[in-house]
Ligand binder design. Structure first.
Ligand code: BGC
Length: 349
């Protein structure tokens, strides 16, 4: 079968070529791959330096962690049947395992020895067929069709909101406004889930060209460009999705009293900023601000995400998928085109 394999850090080595069929040891469910989503992590693995690891003893990684496919065969009693629309959970527990990994919370792994499909020491989903263990497969509403490829990024956002809500339980006060920074797929899904929670959602992006302002408006949220400190907003919740250092610092400053600031983005940048940290500290302390980071997602978050996508307007979700490339053009898919939101690989092409 055909698969996309890479040597991390070497774009010259990206290959869409023949690999052996997946073996039953990789999981009892056999899936016909449909689409594979591409994100910044894939670009970092292929184009960057130092992220992404092939399985032990190999130099090539079968890439891809944003999966969508339909079940070809599933073990009896697994809860899955031929034709089910499914996606795979990305992270696997460390071998020790640490306490969170032993309890299905490998997204909180404490020793860093977890593995991730398509990212860290474990083959991913960028192949015509893949296998998965039933406990790591998630069933999707069949009506979602191709939009099911958004499940994995939506799971990361579902965890961000789940954790944010955890911190919000510390007082009886309820938030009203949310600011999402970055209108990429993660930011737009964060805005969707904010609107689903009944919040007045504002989305800030670096540019107002392309489909993003329309997508935000059609959610019933407000789109902004420009400097976050000039918006006149004091959000109760911030979901920061850019990882851009100076903006991260600024959002902690504009956040209102008792706010929760969730850092859900990373960048490959190396920004240095001079900051008035004593003053920032004073503001954070005197306003009870929570600033926290979040990565990856547990099965619970995948299920929350599946629910959020099922409840969303499927026409709106479809508009997030702005470009499709065949396997042979994966490298071009990694390179940002001006109006891209989510680029996907068609695993049948
Ligand atoms: C993926 C996560 C993963 C993280 C770090 C993200 O792009 O969505 O599942 O944990 O990268 O490897």
């Amino acid at each position: 079968m055909k698969a996309i394999t890479v040597v991390p850090g070497d774009p010259g080595q990206v290959r869409a070529g023949d690999v052996p069929e997946p073996v039953p040891d990789e999981g009892g469910i056999l899936v016909q791959g449909r689409l594979l989503g591409i994100c910044g992590t894939d670009a970092d693995i292929v184009l960057g330096q130092g992220y992404g690891w092939a399985p032990p003893g190999r130099d090539r990684l079968l890439i891809g962690h944003e999966s969508l496919g339909s079940v070809l065969e599933a073990p009896g009693g697994s809860g899955f049947a031929e034709g089910d629309l499914v996606a795979g959970i990305v992270r696997r527990p460390d071998p020790v395992p640490c306490v969170p990994c032993a309890n299905g919370e490998q997204d909180f792994c404490r020793n860093g020895r977890y593995t991730e499909r398509g990212i860290k020491e474990r083959d991913g989903f960028g192949s015509e067929r893949w296998r998965i263990e039933p406990e790591y497969a998630v069933k999707l509403d069949p009506g979602l069709g191709d939009c099911g490829v958004l499940l994995e990024p939506a799971s990361v956002v579902a965890k961000a909101w789940d954790q944010t809500e955890h911190f919000l339980t510390r007082t009886s006060w309820r938030p009203e406004t949310a600011l999402v920074t970055g209108a990429g797929p993660v930011g737009l899904l964060a805005a969707l889930m904010g609107v689903q929670r009944g919040l007045d959602v504002h989305v800030l992006d670096i540019s107002d060209r392309g489909p993003k302002p329309g997508l935000v408006a059609d959610l019933g949220a407000t789109f902004h460009v420009g400097d976050v400190t000039g918006l006149g907003l004091e959000p109760d919740v911030v979901i920061e999705c850019t990882g851009h250092g100076p903006l991260v610092l600024d959002v902690t400053r504009v956040a209102g009293p008792d706010a929760v600031v969730c850092l859900a983005g990373i960048s490959a940048g190396n920004q240095k900023v001079e900051a008035a940290f004593d003053e920032i500290n004073r503001e954070l302390v005197l306003e009870n601000t929570v600033v926290f980071g979040t990565v990856n997602a547990s099965r619970r978050n995948f299920e929350q995400a599946a629910g959020a996508l099922a409840r969303a307007d499927h026409g709106w979700l479809e508009r997030l998928i702005t470009r499709r490339v065949p396997m042979a053009e994966f490298l071009d898919g990694l390179r940002k085109h001006p109006d891209d939101v989510k680029v996907v690989v068609d695993l049948a092409a």
